[in-house]
Design a protein around this ligand. Sequence first.
Ligand code: CP
Length: 323
Amino acid sequence: MRNFVSVHDVTDIDALVKKALAYKANPFVDKTIGTNKRIGCLFLNPSMRTRLSTQIAAQNLGMEAIIFNVGSEGWALEFEEEAIMSGTTVEHVKDAAPIFGKYFDILAIRTFPSLKNREDDYSELYIKQFIKYAGIPVVSLESATLHPLQSLTDIVTISESLQNSPLGAGGKPKIVLTWAPHVKPLPQCVANSFSQWITAWGKADFVITHPEDYNLSEEFTKGATITNNQEEALKNADFIYVKNWSTFNDYGKIYESDPKWMLTNKKLEHTNNAKVMHCLPVRRNVELSDEILDGPNSIITQEAGNRVWAAQAVLSEILRSNG
Ligand code: CP
């Protein structure tokens, strides 16, 4: 593995999941493979889970992790080629990225979309420019359109839960991605990425449900069943992935905040005692109810804990493939 920015960087999802679960069982088995190696984690946007889990994962492999909050502490970066930098940006990625390439062995980056211009966001210019100019492996800590470390974690968590369920490890679960209300426009990254990974994994009946006009890009949802009827979608679900996203077509808008889309215990009655997932952070009693978050069907804390093992599996693969 050279870079990790989408599911296309992974040749065998199940092998990576197995590796993550092996690290969960034995965190320090590879504690020397990162000795004398350094990962630089650049944050252009805030983070709790991604930042801490990546740091812990790197340390478990013997690597040093250096965090740089570029967004709040660094020079404002320019990403456009041939830009005339007479505005607010101070340093071009063409100049900065090769320096990161000298300081670090792996570069990890978090950057959010603007939600203003769809073509710009979906071009993934920021992460592509880092790949182009850093000269070292690049890991996405969430980009403008995808969140691959989260999605790998989600499949790790689903696989782990299946082992202890009546379906068993080889069972084919029904997984439902449901839109949920929110007070502000959020990126489509987590929903895009979850759809991309679950369809690539191919081991689930996958249904996406959302209000009208909240379609995700077909690039990521091909192979999923899509419906605007949440009640119908949730029938016999084994896993429910809850997430808000803003509109894709009329880009970055909120059309709908109807609380009837929020998941409740009443809605769980028609499921197969479904496990409930969310990437966090979550707005309680807007996006998800207290009764679900604090109830027995939530596997959200387990999911967040698994972020460490997914990150460790990815960093380990990169270290092995790139000497
Ligand atoms: N799920 C997730 O990426 O959390 P953070 O934004 O806290 O990193």
